[in-house]
Design a protein around this ligand. Structure first.
Ligand code: NAD
Length: 469
């Protein structure tokens, strides 16, 4: 049976004029102290776990309708991400929230760091992993004791509607609210005062968010994208490399923020790598990926149109098919792409992979460093010196050696960008930290009171200070 993405559902929206009252209600809940006790936080985490468990099928169906997302990808990357994060937060809640003793001069007193919730936070998510990218930051926000407003992407309308209908059954509705809609609704939300804004999406809107946040000096986390390079040197195992690149690139039809955006292949192995990539794609999706249940569709007609144009950016090594009606773009590898082609100046965010030839790893490093700092960097090599050189001389949000995507799967690693690919990070404990304020507390006793520090500052006191400080 082939996958055919249904037409986009009508754009969902919440009444804009009700947004100030919704945010006010969140503020009142937070101010009442209800979200602070660990028991409340635990209940919300349990709620999210129950939601993922009981509504998994419904979410998978919505993701299928919006993106033609295969069930396994929906379970692993969207639903599974919430479960993994919520379980980890539930298990560590006590440890993470415990005051953290720190050292210092005993004469000053005892010092500790207290994690306190920030207040009312706003989480804005994109369409490519519309469940995972909305609710896994929420895990951190709730574990840290905040109230939260959620804004899913309007592009994945079935998923947005399912979340709006179901989440209130599992979470404290006075502390978590979901606003459906697009630019108008997000703009109305951004006009409100929040204590943190967590935005995932593109850099253009990232700038809009940061500007709106500056009005109230609201801190932001920006999870953005960019062109994540994939460097393949001549020592790599090409069959394994190709499989791992093809998997990372073509899952969710290339609409993954950390998908390899382009390949820089050593010129001596480039043609063999391209042949192996084709072999992997055939193994994964068969001779006609359009008929495969395991291959997703592009999110919207607009994105389809943009990608269809990019198919002309180089010589098609394999793939190249497209169908606007079902928003299908075939897994495609392009060769002989020039560095100034449109496909090299914007994030591809679709199933088209340009492969560029480089003389050696140094030329690859130079190429990467000419662009903005990417969200991910991939390197395939057996050579430890090459690995060190690439890691030392480039910068990226995260990196994976001899693999793709999986750096996101370990919750002990921070996930986030650097420079143009974003600011701040989350996952696991880092999510909890993102939504907490680290309050510095010094506790003194009454018994010992050093008079030396008080005025009047006699000559003797000043002399002592000169010696000591
Ligand atoms: P999108 O169009 O769904 O936008 C994201 C959110 O911004 C949506 O909720 C949308 O309603 C809102 N929005 C759109 N225009 C707005 C405006 N003018 N004002 C206020 N809000 C607005 O998603 P997108 O940006 O197309 O997502 C794709 C991008 O996101 C890619 O660049 C990708 O790399 C990046 N991304 C990053 C991560 C990450 O974790 N770093 C994850 C996924 C996607």
């Amino acid at each position: 049976m082939s996958v055919v993405a249904t037409r986009p559902a009508p754009v969902p929206s919440s009444p804009v004029d009700q947004i100030p009252a919704l945010v006010e209600r969140l503020r009142a809940t937070f101010d009442s102290g209800r979200t602070r006790p660990l028991a409340w936080r635990r209940r919300q985490l349990e709620g999210l776990l129950a939601f993922a468990h009981e509504q998994g099928d419904r979410l998978v169906a919505a993701l299928k309708a919006d993106l033609g997302k295969p069930e396994l990808e929906a379970r692993a990357a969207d639903v599974g991400q919430i479960t993994q994060e919520a379980k980890l937060a539930r298990k560590n809640l006590k440890r993470w929230t415990r005051p953290e003793r720190v050292g210092g001069l005993p004469i000053l007193g005892r010092s500790f760091v207290q994690r306190e919730p920030l207040g009312v936070v706003l989480i804005i998510a994109p369409w490519n992993y519309p469940v995972g990218l909305l609710l896994s930051p929420l895990v951190g926000a709730l574990a840290a004791g905040n109230a939260a407003a959620l804004k899913p992407s309007e592009i994945t309308a079935h998923t947005s509607a399912a979340l709006a209908e179901l989440l209130p059954q599992y979470l404290d509705s006075d502390a978590v609210t979901l606003v459906e809609g697009g630019v108008a609704e997000t703009t109305a939300l951004l006009a409100e005062r929040f204590d943190h804004i967590f935005y995932t999406g593109n850099g253009r809107v990232g700038r809009v968010v940061m500007q709106a946040a500056s009005k109230n000096l609201t801190p932001v986390t920006l999870e953005l994208g960019g062109k994540s390079p994939c460097i393949v040197d001549r020592s790599a195992d090409l069959a394994v490399t190709a499989r791992r690149i093809a998997w990372g690139k073509f899952m969710n039809a290339g609409q993954t923020c950390i998908a390899p955006d382009y390949v820089l292949a050593d010129e001596t192995i480039e043609s063999e790598l391209v042949a192996e990539l084709e072999k992997s794609v055939r193994e994964f999706y068969g001779p006609d990926p359009k008929a495969s249940d395991d291959y997703a569709r592009v999110a919207s007609p607009r994105h389809h149109e943009r990608l269809a144009k990019l198919l002309e950016a180089g010589e098609i090594a394999f793939g190249g098919g497209s169908d606007a009606e079902t928003r299908y773009i075939e897994p495609t590898v392009l060769r002989n792409v020039s560095a100034d082609s449109p496909i090299m100046s914007e994030e591809v965010f679709g199933p088209i992979l340009p492969v560029l030839r480089v003389r050696d790893v140094d030329q690859a490093i130079e190429f990467v460093n000419r662009g903005e700092k990417p969200l991910a960097l991939y390197l395939f090599t057996r050579d430890a010196k090459t690995e060190r050189r690439v890691l030392e001389r480039t910068s990226s949000g995260g990196a994976c050696i001899n693999g793709t995507i999986l750096q996101i799967a370990n919750s002990s690693l921070p996930f986030g960008g650097v420079g143009e690919s974003g600011t701040g990070a989350y996952h696991g404990r880092f999510s909890f930290e993102t939504f907490s304020h680290r309050r510095a507390v010094l506790k003194r006793g009454f018994r010992f009171d050093l008079k030396l520090m008080y005025p009047p500052y006699s000559e003797r006191k000043t002399r002592m200070a000169r010696k000591m400080l």
